[in-house]
Write a protein that binds this ligand. Structure first.
Ligand SMILES: Nc1nc2c(ncn2[C@@H]2O[C@H](COP(=O)(O)OP(=O)(O)OP(=O)(O)O)[C@@H](O)[C@H]2O)c(=O)[nH]1
Ligand SMILES: [Mg+2]
Length: 246
């Protein structure tokens, strides 16, 4: 197994250097996909690329959305010869120390999608927690299983061959809906899921790009479409469920 790190970033100039500093000890290559960020973020990324030989920044000229940035990151990582991308967010919400646990999980389950299951503390906004429960429920329905603990967490280990094959075949959302859509689609392809509990913190002053209305509507669109896909695949999904229970 040959994993790399992958960070999508849009205008998180205050947090990204700290995130990269905390990843320095892992000896992993790190691809940062800058999605048309402003000059402040670009300056921080230029400095990081100079200071850290293991950091590679891929710039997209225009902001295209988190999903679009992740898709280009997966393709670039696969092209570089990596088997998995361990992705985490640029805003410092994820516990970088857990990268070693993701690496272990990938080695133990090379074909699996390793999903972070967030352990929130009191800093997490209630609105996001409720929305999350709905997303979990929708993913349970669309996979006819409870194999996925959390379809939204941005800290995950993605098997790149399966992900790139999917990107070549399926039109994926370009924004925040990409993450749960990837989970559902990979599950439908037969990719096993492993859930890894990991601490997630919110900074009260932190910048969020999650647009409550637009992103929730995009999420609903993905789930409604996936319900139709689930009906078509239900014989296979039920057979898979029966064989994993046996
Ligand atoms: N490449 C890219 N990354 C993005 C975009 N929007 C957000 N991101 C990154 O995706 C990660 C998560 O973005 P956030 O804005 O924190 O969204 P979130 O974590 O879903 O929302 P919160 O729970 O409110 O923090 C961060 O690393 C962002 O920099 C985008 O348009 N393009
Ligand atoms: Mg965030």
């Amino acid at each position: 197994m040959n994993p790399c790190l992958l960070i999508p970033i849009y205008d998180h100039e205050d947090q990204i250097r700290g995130v990269l500093d905390s990843l320095a000890g892992f000896g992993l290559h790190c691809i940062v996909v800058d999605d048309g960020s402003g000059i402040e973020t670009r300056a921080v990324l230029d400095a990081a690329e100079k200071d850290f030989s293991w950091v590679e920044v891929y710039h997209r000229d225009v902001n295209g959305g988190r999903g679009a940035a992740l898709a280009s990151g997966y393709r670039l990582a696969a092209k570089r010869g990596y088997t998995h991308a361990i992705q985490l967010d640029a805003d410092g919400q994820h516990d970088a120390a857990d990268v070693s646990r993701f690496v272990e999980a990938i080695h133990a389950n090379p074909n699996a999608l390793v999903l972070g299951t967030p352990i929130f503390d009191e800093t997490a906004p209630k609105s996001r927690l409720y929305g999350r429960q709905l997303s979990r429920l929708m993913v349970w329905l669309t996979t006819l299983s409870m194999d996925v603990s959390d379809p939204l967490c941005g800290f995950r280990g993605v098997p790149l061959a399966a992900a790139v094959e999917l990107l070549d075949r399926v039109k994926m959302g370009r924004h925040m809906e990409f993450d749960p859509q990837l989970v559902i689609q990979l599950y439908w392809c037969g990719v096993p899921v492993r859930n890894l509990p990991t601490r997630v913190v919110y900074d009260a002053e932190g910048l969020s790009h999650f647009d409550f209305l637009r992103d929730n509507l995009r999420l609903i669109g993905v789930y409604v479409q996936a319900l139709g896909g689930m009906v078509l695949r239900s014989p296979n999904l039920l057979a898979r469920r029966a064989s994993s229970a046996a």
